[in-house]
Design a protein around this ligand. Structure first.
Ligand code: NDP
Length: 323
């Protein structure tokens, strides 16, 4: 495993991390979650990603039980949660958003579900137009002061809101955000590569990026239709299925087919090529892997060993295949 600093922070995260969106509870039970977390940890993964909203809190419950059973020393891994959407299917107005009230309560509830005394990383899962950024920055700063959160960050905030958070924190001697959690893959690049460029340069922000395989499209397995056991067939994920089946989804599947020949020549799977491509970006601190089966996770962890094959010439060929 390789470890990268979280932007300018001293924290070193494994470049491949492991998250539980969709999978924990919906596709993986306790036993399978144990196996995945154990396999990831044994490969050197030191960051496990979660959120209050995943499986309405149940994803954190499963991860908490697994961490307890597996007994990893608490100082050997990082665990995250995210606040915004709430942990219930129909949250009340006080049970969601980025108000001081919800941030404080959501943090305590996440720690309980995860069975930990502090969260290493805590993300504001989306911007909240109904809460002043100063209120959110103050609440996050207070959690840091209380030792309940070590690093706080944002997820899918516009760069201008993140810059506003930094200038508020700077002016009031509060703790600024250390990291963003944006989507990043061969098809979704603008934010990470362009919009956020000033955040790395001027504020030393790190990134933990999500959906590196575009929810599985970049594995190439959608070329012959949707596999029965895919996440897009789960109840509640019809919106994801629509994204695979619409015109843009079809184009992405075709582009992935073109990438397969590049991957074949390099003696790796297209999945590994797509993951290694994310790792080539030095502003990516950690690529969060998702897996609904242990064998998927094993294949994905193998991406790091392929990274050295992505020469400048290969990167150009990838670019050509994807355009
Ligand atoms: P990916 O884009 O990598 O998709 C993962 C899914 O693709 C798997 O669950 C599986 O789905 C399929 N897959 C993965 N590997 C393989 C393989 N080797 N062979 C075949 N199929 C494979 O990542 P996610 O979308 O899961 O995102 C990763 C993590 O990022 C999440 O767990 C979460 O922690 C975080 N995240 C954060 C968000 C945010 O807003 N901050 C939003 C979304 C995710 P299946 O088997 O069902 O087809």
């Amino acid at each position: 495993m390789e470890y990268r600093r979280l932007g300018k922070a001293g924290l070193k995260l494994s470049v491949l991390s492991f998250g539980s969106w969709v999978t924990f509870k919906n596709q993986l039970d306790d036993r399978q979650a144990d196996q995945c977390l154990g396999t990831a940890y044994d490969a050197g993964v030191n960051f496990f990603d979660n959120a209050e909203t995943y499986a309405a809190g149940q994803s954190e419950v499963i991860m908490g039980r697994a961490l307890k059973r597996l007994g990893f020393p608490r100082d050997s891994y990082c665990v995250s949660s995210k606040v915004f959407f709430g942990s219930r299917s129909a949250p009340l107005p006080t049970q969601r958003g980025l108000s001081r009230k919800h941030i404080m309560e959501a943090c305590h509830q996440a720690m309980q579900r995860l069975q930990v005394d502090y969260l290493d990383l805590y993300f504001c899962h989306r911007p909240d137009p109904d809460t002043p950024i100063e209120e959110t920055v103050r609440a996050m700063h207070d959690l840091v002061q209380q030792g309940k959160v070590l690093y706080w960050g944002t997820s899918e905030w516009p760069a201008e809101d993140i810059i506003a958070a930094h200038s508020i924190a700077h002016g009031l001697y509060l703790t600024p955000p250390s990291m963003e959690q944006p989507q990043y893959n061969l098809f979704v690049r603008q934010r990470v590569e362009q919009e956020y460029a000033p955040l790395y340069r001027d504020y030393g922000m790190g990134t933990t990026v999500w959906s590196p395989l575009a929810s599985g499209i970049l594995t190439g397995k959608y070329s012959r239709g949707i596999p029965a056991d895919s996440r897009v067939n789960l109840a509640g994920y019809e919106w994801l299925k629509e994204r695979v089946e619409n015109e843009e989804g079809k184009q992405r599947i075709t582009a992935t087919d073109r990438l397969k020949s590049v991957a074949r020549e390099l003696d790796m799977s297209v999945t590994q090529l797509a993951l290694a491509w994310c790792l080539k970006n030095p502003n990516v601190s950690s690529v969060i892997l998702g897996a609904s089966q242990l064998q998927q996770l094993r294949e994905n962890l193998g991406a790091l060993a392929q990274l050295a094959k992505l020469s400048a010439e290969v990167m150009q060929r990838i670019e050509k295949a994807i355009r």
